[in-house]
Design a protein around this ligand. Structure first.
Ligand code: FA5
Length: 365
């Protein structure tokens, strides 16, 4: 028995010496001192077959060995815990002096850049910035703008019609402005211009009123260098007492100067829109070719940019404003075309193509 106990003492010392991880130490502890299958316990169990004297003698030795092994395991555990903590710290170590990884920064779309500039400009002139639905009712897109269903002006703005009716928004009641009767909830279409916001704004805010409404519009037409089926406009509306063409021209001049920061050549010619009377087309000299003629201006040297006019009395009435008391002017800036002129972009199709090589050229946010 003594021999066996001494051998266990040696073996335990050698085995613990070789152990390199806490998991292995756990296993060795069970193997040596475990209650069920531990080697020492097995030996203690066999003590019962010995004489009283031997039991006393070897029982004492076995206890000594148990205490020794327990102390060795505790020492080893401390040592391994220290080493493993050090290793974890080493693995997690970072060099805080290394340069960081630069996050990829997006940039604003060129139309957004110019739109925000115009919003600032108009805000400084006391205009509100409004929004309108892109999925619009036939009523606001045409009827309320003095374009009844039989009117030939509808042919110039063909669009996509959608089944269904405008659902009232519970989350944002502001968006429900103008949805009043069953009639104007039905016959939905993708709005062909931002002009529907004129009547929506008049109905909501009354007169006097100064507002702009930038946004996307849609037309069912073939695209070329200066025509898209989806593009942006910026509507402007001013309704006050005694508004005249002088007010309109003054604001148009401020707008062009603000955006181009220099004088650009313009021409004003009569234009027909059922919702203004009189109506004008304000063109600017094509800044892509300097007026010599190119695919953007269709060789004319001029680009149609800013149709405008005095608000038609029928439109004021649709907006619940008395045309005997108030008058107003409105304009419908071709925002995407203005951006083309501003940056010298020679093809409108680049704006919606989603090509980052094009989009990244316009300054970070
Ligand atoms: C209108 O949309 C009127 N609502 C503008 C208006 C508002 C007139 C208020 C009077 C008072 P027009 O269809 O001409 O008008 O479009 C206005 C501008 O949008 C044009 O001058 C042009 O710059 C731009 N535009 C028109 N069609 C396209 C197109 N397919 N692609 C890109 N820009 C376009």
């Amino acid at each position: 028995m003594r021999k066996q106990l001494e051998q266990l003492r040696r073996e335990a010392g050698e085995a613990l010496d070789k152990i390199k991880s806490l998991i292995d130490l756990e296993k060795a502890e069970i193997k040596l001192l475990g209650r069920k299958d531990g080697k020492l316990n097995a030996m203690l169990k066999s003590l019962k077959n010995l004489s009283e004297k031997e039991k006393k003698q070897f029982g004492k030795l076995a206890n000594e060995i148990k205490n020794e092994i327990t102390a060795l395991i505790a020492e080893k555990r401390l040592d391994l815990e220290k080493k493993e903590t050090l290793k974890a710290v080493e693995e997690d170590w970072i060099d805080v002096t290394l340069p960081g990884i630069k996050p990829k920064q997006g940039s604003l779309h060129p139309v957004s850049i110019v739109q925000y500039e115009l919003e600032d400009l108009f805000r400084s002139l006391g205009f509100m910035i409004l929004d309108g639905p892109e999925l619009e009712s036939d009523y606001y897109n045409f009827e309320a703008l003095n374009i009844p269903s039989h009117h030939p002006a509808r042919d110039t703005q063909d669009t996509f019609y959608i089944k269904g009716k405008i659902q009232k928004s519970k989350a944002c009641p502001e968006r429900n402005r103008g949805i009043k009767s069953k009639e104007n909830q039905e016959r939905l279409l993708l709005r062909t211009h931002t002009s529907p916001v004129q009547v929506r704004a008049m109905q909501e805010f009354g007169a006097p009123l100064r507002a702009i409404a930038p946004g996307r519009v849609f037309r069912y037409e073939a695209s070329d260098a200066s025509h898209e089926n989806t593009f942006c406009q910026l509507e402007g509306l001013m309704v006050e007492k005694n508004i005249s063409i002088c007010n309109l021209i003054a604001v148009m001049k401020t707008l062009l100067k603000g955006i181009f920061k220099r004088d650009v050549k313009i021409r004003l010619r009569p234009g027909y829109f059922p919702f203004v009377e009189p109506g004008f087309e304000l063109d600017i000299e094509c800044l892509i070719c300097g007026g010599r003629g190119c695919s953007v201006c269709k060789q004319s040297g001029w680009v149609e940019l800013l149709p405008c006019g005095l608000v038609h009395p029928n439109v004021l009435r649709a907006g619940h404003i008395d045309p005997e008391k108030f008058s107003g002017f409105a304009f419908g800036l071709g925002l995407t075309r203005l951006v083309m002129m501003r940056y010298g972009i020679n093809d409108i199709r680049l704006f919606n193509a989603g090509d980052l090589r094009f989009l990244e050229q316009f300054g970070a946010i």
